[in-house]
Ligand binder design. Structure first.
Ligand code: PHE
Length: 333
């Protein structure tokens, strides 16, 4: 009974001093658990012969055990609450912290220029379409009234993917004009389209040549399209792209798929610069695609995207545009 009294006195303090739930579990095991003083006392009850004394002792043991159990439960609740609070405090998220802003990438100058030019024409009512980079000889040349003897068809100018002896070889398109024919073949008039994309020519790289570059084609076909519409549309484009004071002039030129044909030049930054090729759609092209060449008229144009970007930004070497150095790229964000 001695250590029984000791247990009664010492336990409240031990329970209060328990710093963790694990400490408390330990105290519980040694005081009222299966191998505790209390458990031992219960086992020894049978040794007490007098029923009265046995009952009284049993009650005393139960009372003490219940008392200790209650103390432990109270302390357990306290410790549990403070451990939860400590976890909440440690894992607290400061929702007022600004987020981590990822480094922003940017489109390449060529893509930016292409997007901007396409947007100008979309605002005028044009639709953007795209075509295959691997073309057939038919769409790239024949449908556009380019004679079979034309020098641009030669392997020295055009990159053929398969060059055998079939009538319609596969090649890398040398301009975006094949989409004129492809689009008209599968769409009824009126047509108002712009076609941005990559084009390919068998050129070695130097300051003014790249074997891969970009063009934007335009085609308008309707009932009463005149050369005045061509001049008005392309003049409007030049003023929007280079500034409201930009003057343009049209110089006669030759393309097999337009008749008459012209080059548009613009006066910008103190000089006249050739910007693009254009003209009224040649009725021979309408016939190739099954359009009524008697009643329909239209104009077409094709411009080099690299050229537009170079003129706008005063870039003098085309190779700047294929320079992967971020210091170059960052100038045109
Ligand atoms: N396809 C011509 C070129 O690559 C440009 C052009 C397009 C000219 C449409 C007239 C009409 O040079």
């Amino acid at each position: 009974m001695d250590h029984f009294e000791e247990l009664r006195h010492a336990t409240p303090r031990r329970v209060q001093d328990a710093a963790t739930l694990a400490d408390l579990d330990e105290i519980e095991a040694t005081t009222i658990g299966r191998r505790s003083i209390v458990a031992e006392a219960r086992r020894d009850l049978g040794k007490i012969k007098d029923p009265e004394e046995r009952r009284a002792t049993g009650r005393a043991i139960n009372d003490l055990a219940a008392d200790i159990a209650l103390q432990i439960e109270v302390r357990r609740t306290e410790l549990h609450t403070s451990e939860v609070n400590a976890t909440l405090e440690a894992e607290r998220v400061d929702v007022t912290l600004p987020g981590r802003v990822p480094r922003r990438g940017t489109h390449h100058l060529i893509q930016q220029t292409m997007d901007e030019i396409v947007d100008i024409f979309v605002a005028l009512g044009y639709t953007m379409v795209q075509g295959p980079e691997a073309e057939t000889e038919f769409y790239n040349f024949t449908a556009l009234n380019i004679p079979s003897t034309h020098p641009s068809r030669l392997e020295s100018d055009t990159l053929y993917l398969e060059y055998g002896d079939t009538a319609d070889e596969i090649l890398l398109r040398t301009h975006t004009s094949p989409m004129q024919a492809r689009h008209m073949e599968s769409h009824d008039p009126p047509v108002y389209i712009v076609v941005p994309g990559k084009v390919f020519r068998a050129d070695a790289i130097d300051a003014t040549h790249l074997p891969v570059f970009h063009q934007i084609e335009g085609l308008a076909v309707d009932d009463n399209i005149t050369f005045a519409d061509l001049k008005g549309t392309l003049g409007q484009f030049a003023r929007q792209f280079f500034g409201p004071d930009t003057r343009v002039k049209f110089i006669p030129h030759y393309f097999p798929f337009t008749e008459p044909s012209a080059e548009m030049h613009a006066y910008t930054q103190g000089e006249w610069i050739e910007l693009l090729g254009c003209g009224m759609v040649n009725p021979a092209v309408f016939e190739q695609v099954g359009y009524d060449a008697e009643t329909l008229t239209g104009f077409a144009f094709g411009m080099g995207v690299e050229r537009m970007a170079m003129v706008r930004h005063g870039i003098t070497d085309l190779r700047t545009l294929i320079d992967p150095d971020v210091r170059t790229l960052e100038q045109y964000r």
